[in-house]
Design a protein around this ligand. Structure first.
Ligand code: SF4
Ligand code: SF4
Length: 191
């Protein structure tokens, strides 16, 4: 079942009362066979296997699910979705967990969420990634005066190897903006 379809199945009120409701609906038919765990190329780096995660989802164990970093390590390869004997879509369920974290239900993912948002905003505004302005925006949002110091030596190394681009003209921005708008329309339609 597609993410879009499951989104329709869960009302806004249900989501507010239970942020996990969409993922629970997606993974309701999981039989705990473990095929997804055995197929996952990133499983060795995960603190919980995908199979274990789906059991916690079924049980509504919000705290345990978001204490784990398993869903953040999913690279959306869709191998588990191809192999699931129940025809489920664990890959989209992982993406939905990322969305729940991003919607602000989960405070400990704040750093990652700011970085992702600033990254996408930067690409959208400039037509390509501009590392310097990305990091400036990220540091500003994080409001931690000592944070830039942690990245100083890495920044210097990258700069000395010409890996960090200086701000350039926004040549690709109009074309990319059209793509961003189209995706926003599709998300609005639930297509
Ligand atoms: S492969 Fe499918 S049925 Fe098996 S544990 Fe994973 S999600 Fe559940
Ligand atoms: S989509 Fe994610 S959970 Fe599934 S096999 Fe790939 S990395 Fe693992």
């Amino acid at each position: 079942m597609s993410t879009a379809a499951t989104h329709h199945a869960s009302t806004t009120e249900e989501r507010e009362a239970n942020p996990l409701s969409v993922v629970q609906e997606m993974m309701r038919a999981c039989i705990q066979c473990g095929t997804c765990s055995a197929s996952c190329p990133n499983a060795s780096a995960m603190d919980l296997t995908p199979r274990h995660l789906w059991r916690l989802v079924q049980l509504g164990r919000m705290e345990k699910i978001f204490q784990s970093h398993t869903f953040t390590l999913c690279s959306a390869c869709y191998y588990c979705s191809l192999r699931c004997p129940r025809g489920l879509n664990p890959s989209d369920a992982m993406a939905e967990l990322k969305q729940i974290a991003a919607r602000g239900h989960i405070r400990q993912y704040g750093d990652t969420i700011y970085f992702c948002r600033d990254f996408v905003d930067n690409v959208r505004r400039n037509g390509r990634l501009q590392e310097m302005t990305l990091m400036a925006a990220y540091f500003m949002h994080m409001r931690r005066p000592t944070l830039p110091l942690r990245f100083a030596s890495l920044g210097w190394k990258l700069q000395s190897k010409a890996k960090v681009s200086l701000p350039t003209l926004r040549r690709g921005a109009p074309k990319l903006e059209a793509l961003f708008r189209r995706v926003e329309e599709m998300e609005g339609d639930g297509t």
